[in-house]
Design a protein around this ligand. Structure first.
Ligand SMILES: [Zn+2]
Length: 572
């Protein structure tokens, strides 16, 4: 009862202040709010840019039946046990984006402990005090926010991280805001900003496509508010705060989950989470490497030379194997179908796998055939080229269409493929892999659930769909891709080892842009702003030794320590 009276009083005061503001600014609007920036709904490329190195993608979608709600999850291995409440917007034409951003935030929060997500409209008074920290992602301009939420944020004694929209509702509801917190927003700055400076490192930002603006400020009192990172305007190099902290409130003036890349300012957000959830975390910089796309067509001599090099350097590594090679349409053999298996008599790759395991290598199951049926999906239907667990087509300009689950997809279908794959390893005398990696990092929600049943750990970037948290039908046209700087347990419930520096791929592969040693090292440099991040790249043995040596030496010069992926899977 007392609470109700207090809220009523606060609301009346707020209305009074609003009237004063309207009078003094002669604004035509009903309330004080910044002008809406030109673009609040990013394209699909903006959302899944980080999950693939392809130059562009289109998301087509389709729906599957409801899978039940997954609105909470457990912490990753090594988590300190901090708890996070993730609140997201749901209203308006693009309200569905809120759930995707909540998935991205919850995945990161799992690094520190258990998490809970809910629409901000469901917020109950006092919830902020029940978690180590709260993250609110404002993605709908003028989402109606509960008065209890605005009151609890204002009075929070636990860290609150507020992202982007609707901070004006917080300041309008709490007239003492500027006095207490020492800053006041002014408007979304839509200057071209291609860099964000953080801890002396220049991170990139897609200033060309990202038209969402970054909040700017009418006042920042440095005795109360700390400027955490700086947005740098391209035009004249001038800067303004990208994120501010005052008391328990951290405000980030834009959504860091859109238009992300390997060298992106999203790393600032990933690091700021430590301040809220594990402030005592020591800074350490580790690294991992994975040998990629090994299958029965692999040249054993190439493989042995890279393994011997890593072993000579004392570098543990992972290696992804697809145990069956198939070219069902004879794409590379003038129409004569070809296939071979790890367990075929005389196939040398099985012996090489055992050799790798004896020289610091951790086996990763990289699907079963790394292609789908005899269907072009999207390149050749050949192992190593195509998607296995997601339907993808290619356009004439090499851009990709992510259509949705493959025909016949279900959790039991995916479990069948995992089981078939495991049997081939078993017949070749190789113990079951403990880590899984989706071919081309793509699978349906049903496929992720299948992997969660058979494996404790994946090693990749992930795809996260609309409907997963809320328990409504999965909408495959609503998807966000995410790479990780550290170990998480993602919203599918599986531990995910990070991969954030990409491959060495000097030649373009269909629509995949070249990715050089310099690109890998730039990603590692950006990742260094994350205290306790793990810079990770992958490498195809057919690329030879020279580039591998360059990356390894580059990592070592940066003070990165290569660690064993199986140890990271166990301990974080
Ligand atoms: Zn692959």
């Amino acid at each position: 009862m007392g609470t109700k009276v207090r809220f009523g009083g606060a609301a009346l005061v707020a209305v009074g202040i609003l009237l004063l503001l309207l009078a003094s600014t002669a604004s035509a609007g009903k309330k004080k709010e910044p002008k809406k920036p030109p673009q609040q709904a990013p394209t699909s490329t903006a959302l899944i840019g980080t999950s693939t190195t392809s130059s562009a993608t289109t998301v087509k979608g389709g729906k599957s039946s409801a899978t039940g709600s997954h609105s909470s999850g457990a912490g990753a291995p090594g988590a300190v046990g901090s708890t996070t409440l993730v609140l997201y917007d749901t209203t308006g034409t693009y309200g569905w984006l809120g759930e995707l951003y909540a998935e991205a935030a919850a995945n990161l929060a799992s690094h520190f402990g258990p998490w809970q997500t809910e629409p901000v409209s469901s917020y109950q008074a006092g919830q902020i005090g029940q978690y180590t920290a709260t993250i609110y992602i404002g993605s709908t301009y003028d989402e109606p926010l509960p008065a209890s939420f605005l009151n609890d944020v204002y009075n929070a004694t636990r860290p609150v991280i507020w992202i982007y929209d609707n901070v004006w509702e917080l300041t309008n509801a709490n007239p003492g805001f500027q006095t207490k917190y020492g800053w006041m927003w002014s408007q979304f700055d839509t200057s071209t900003v291609s860099h964000v400076d953080y801890k002396g490192v220049e991170l990139t930002r897609d200033g060309v496509h990202n038209q969402g603006g970054i909040m700017s400020y009418s006042s920042v009192d440095p005795s109360k508010a700390t400027d955490l990172a700086d947005a740098v305007r391209d035009a004249d190099g001038s800067t303004f705060p990208w994120a501010l902290r005052s008391g328990e409130l951290t405000y980030i003036g834009e959504n860091p989950f859109v238009y992300t890349t390997e060298t992106d300012r999203v790393h600032v957000f990933e690091d700021l989470l430590f301040d809220a959830l594990d402030p005592a975390a020591p800074t350490q910089h580790r690294a991992m490497v994975r040998l990629e796309d090994i299958n029965p067509s692999q040249d054993p001599a190439e493989l042995k030379s890279v393994v011997d090099y890593l072993y000579s350097q004392g570098i543990p590594f992972g290696f992804g194997v697809s145990p069956v090679y198939t070219d069902p349409n004879g794409y590379y053999t003038n129409g004569t179908p070809e296939s071979s298996s790890l367990s075929d008599h005389g196939n040398g790759i099985a012996a090489d796998i055992k050799y790798m395991q004896a020289h610091g290598g951790t086996l990763v199951m990289h699907g079963y055939t790394h292609q789908y049926s005899n269907v072009i999906n999207p390149y050749s239907a050949v192992t190593g080229d195509d998607f296995e667990f997601y339907r993808v087509t290619e356009n004439a300009d090499h851009t990709l269409n992510y259509l949705g689950p493959v025909p016949g997809d279900s959790t039991s279908w995916a479990l069948g493929r995992l089981s078939a794959s495991a049997k081939v390893f078993s017949r070749a005398g190789i113990a079951a892999a403990q880590i899984f990696e989706f071919p081309h990092y793509a699978g349906s929600a049903a496929d992720y659930q299948a992997v969660a049943q058979d494996f404790a750990t994946r090693w990749e970037r992930g795809m996260y769909y609309g409907g997963w948290l809320s328990g409504s039908s999965i909408d495959y046209s609503h998807v966000i891709g995410e790479g990780f700087p550290y170990v998480v347990r993602d919203v599918y419930g599986t531990t995910v080892l990070p991969e954030n520096c990409g491959p060495y791929a000097p030649e373009p592969f269909y629509g995949f842009k070249p990715h050089t040693v310099a690109d890998i090292l730039a990603a590692a440099d950006a990742n260094q702003v994350v205290r306790d991040g793990i810079a990770t790249f992958y490498y195809h043995p057919f690329e030879g030794l020279d580039a591998l040596k360059q990356v390894v030496e580059g990592f070592q010069q940066r003070g990165l320590t290569f660690v064993d992926p199986s140890q990271v899977a166990a301990n974080g």
